[in-house]
Design a protein around this ligand. Structure first.
Ligand SMILES: C[S@@+](CC[C@H](N)C(=O)[O-])C[C@H]1O[C@@H](n2cnc3c(N)ncnc32)[C@H](O)[C@@H]1O
Length: 249
């Protein structure tokens, strides 16, 4: 199911994920509250746990979308394909869609897969708001969300994407746990990618026949699935490994 339309419908009313107010209040007091989706009076969706609130917000990224900034983004440089008029990229691990937004702004039509239903709902809600925002509507119009596991979704694609982008959850660092409650909340929903999960994801990405697969990794992390990339672009914190596919026919 295309999750865009589903989230558009659910965000204006109680969602199946939303807990009753009494339950929300009592859970907020619990230190181990599991994240709950909540709809505010304007119909916007957020994920809440232990007083921390998380929502998708593309407007926050507007400064990074300015052309002079965008072309310096490492992710944009790593995914660039030359000589294609309307390139298509699959973001197989979309999360809250921030990388997808940068890539759509860089000119890709982006197909986003997100398997977690709560994260997909947040992303669908952010996309709905972006489509109503004149500053973001054109870019958001190139983004399509599928709430589905990418391992199966990639096999069912009816087109051959130019690029497949992977950003599976990194293992937790001590610093993250101490400083970033929002990251902790996401970690409650998703465990770091296992070796088997990484191999399945990488095999599905390569099997879709793209010109290249780009994988975001911790700067000093091992290669995903143990596969050596043809090239890497390293920043201060992360690295983009680039696996080049066979030439397009
Ligand atoms: C580190 S986050 C991605 C963050 C994203 N790049 C962004 O800019 O917001 C990883 C996301 O991938 C999703 N994910 C992991 N494996 C997946 C799979 N096989 N299919 C679809 N989604 C997957 C997780 O649920 C999680 O939301």
């Amino acid at each position: 199911m295309d999750a865009d339309s589903r989230s558009d419908q659910t965000s204006r009313q109680k969602t199946p994920y939303e807990s009753p107010r009494s339950e929300r209040t009592s859970r907020r007091e619990s230190p181990r509250q599991s994240p709950q989706l909540v709809v505010d009076k304007d119909g916007n969706l957020s994920l809440e746990a232990d007083g921390v609130s998380l929502r998708g917000d593309f407007a926050r990224l507007l400064p990074r979308l300015r052309p002079q900034n965008l072309r310096r983004e490492l992710i944009v440089r790593a995914t660039r394909v030359r000589g294609v008029a309307s390139p298509v990229l699959v973001d197989a691990t979309a999360g809250l869609g921030e990388d997808s937004l940068l890539l759509a702004a860089a000119g890709f039509s982006v197909i986003m897969f997100e398997r977690d239903e709560k994260v997909a709902a947040l992303l669908g809600d952010a996309l709905r708001r972006a489509r109503q925002d004149p500053r973001l509507s054109e870019v958001a119009g190139r983004m399509r969300l599928m709430q589905e596991d990418a391992v199966t979704g990639l096999k069912r694609l009816e087109l051959r994407p130019d690029v497949v982008y992977l950003d599976p959850m990194f293992p937790a660092r001590r610093k993250d746990a101490a400083t970033n409650k929002k990251l902790q909340m996401l970690r409650m929903l998703e465990q770091p990618c296992t070796d088997e999960g990484a191999e399945a994801l990488l095999a599905a990405a390569l099997g879709a026949g793209p010109r290249k697969v780009v994988v975001k990794r911790p700067l000093k992390g091992p290669h995903l699935g143990g596969l050596r990339p043809s090239n890497s672009l390293a920043g201060k914190v992360v690295r983009y490994d680039i696996l080049t596919g066979p030439p397009a026919t």
